[in-house]
Design a protein around this ligand. Structure first.
Ligand SMILES: NC(=O)C1=CN([C@@H]2O[C@H](COP(=O)(O)OP(=O)(O)OC[C@H]3O[C@@H](n4cnc5c(N)ncnc54)[C@H](OP(=O)(O)O)[C@@H]3O)[C@@H](O)[C@H]2O)C=CC1
Ligand SMILES: O=C(O)C1=N[C@H](C(=O)O)C[C@H](O)C1
Length: 264
């Protein structure tokens, strides 16, 4: 049995993670971290699976009182970082989907994971199709160094650019020499028109109601173009990746950043 704590259980992703736990035979929800409803039970809340687990507003109390193997964190960048640290400090292996961590925070989590000799998985995107999109983009960038990323998300998203777009740019940087794109003398007549600049790559963030999570990586070459595109139409698209991470995090004693490192 895998004993799991979910942080952010009322959220769009957290509630989907509860449904994953409910339908997985060897998973047990032992508690949740939620700043509201302290002391209540998940089965007291409407529209959530009928799971019997106490809610803790104070994360430290949850980690001390519960016998947990894995934390699934799907919250917001500041609190997600805190939960991840607390999990490791209390011997619990984190599986983190929360996006927006800084590279310094990722380094610190890596160090803590190694110091505690535990496993930890942080995945900017748990959808297998998105992982493939990022890998294909890395491959294409070897031959097409001029690239722009357009990520599109629902309008409740807090961080921009998305974790997926940042990770895509990082993967491309591994195979592409630093490059300034566009005309060297180009000027923005409206600030932000050319998007964020990551090593010369432009990242554009679209936020609209109705969207879930979508990304296009657009390459341009002489007389040709290539677009690699992924769409998540439902948050269930992320759950097979969350499951893979929960299953694998128990077998590793290292920090993993990106689901591609767990896929065969
Ligand atoms: N890696 C991946 O594949 C994916 C990652 N994500 C990421 O997962 C995270 C959650 O996304 P999503 O479910 O859409 O977001 P939601 O806003 O729907 O859910 C976030 C949850 O976290 C809680 N929360 C937020 N801030 C705090 C805080 N300071 N203290 C305590 N609880 C807090 C919210 O509670 P409250 O209602 O009280 O604010 C809410 O229950 C985001 O970072 C998103 O980018 C999303 C999809 C896929
Ligand atoms: O907030 C979201 O919804 C998503 N966040 C992740 C990100 O920032 O890349 C993953 C996915 O794009 C959905």
């Amino acid at each position: 049995m895998v004993n799991i704590i979910v942080a952010g259980p009322r959220g769009k992703m957290g509630s989907e993670a509860l449904r994953l736990i409910e339908r997985t035979e060897n998973y047990e929800l032992v508690g949740c971290i939620d700043r509201k409803h302290d002391g209540m039970n998940i089965n007291d809340l409407e529209n959530l699976p009928n799971l019997d687990a106490r809610i803790y507003a104070e994360p430290q109390q949850a980690f001390q009182e519960l016998k947990a193997d894995v934390l699934i964190d799907l919250t917001s960048p500041e609190v997600g970082y805190l939960h991840t640290r607390l999990a490791l400090e209390n011997g619990v292996r984190p599986v983190v989907g929360t996006s927006g961590f800084t590279s310094e925070q990722l380094d610190e989590i890596q160090q803590l994971t190694e110091q505690k000799e535990l496993g930890a998985v942080i995945a900017p995107n748990f959808a297998v199709g998105a992982v493939l999109m990022m890998q294909f983009a890395k491959w294409a960038a070897k031959y097409f160094p001029d690239v722009e990323i357009i990520e599109k998300h629902h309008d409740q998203k807090l961080d921009a650019p998305s974790g997926t777009a940042v990770k895509t740019a990082q993967l491309i940087e591994e195979v592409r020499s630093s490059k300034i794109q566009g005309h060297p003398e180009e000027k923005e007549t409206l600030p932000g028109a050319r998007g964020a600049n990551e090593d010369g790559m432009r990242i554009h963030s679209v936020r609209l109601p109705g969207l879930i999570a979508h990304q296009e990586v657009i390459f341009g070459g002489t007389g040709q173009g290539l677009t690699i595109k992924h769409d998540s139409y439902h948050r269930q698209s992320f759950m097979s990746g969350v499951k893979l991470a929960v299953d694998e995090v128990q077998n590793i004693n290292m920090f993993v950043y990106g689901l591609e490192n767990l896929l065969e």
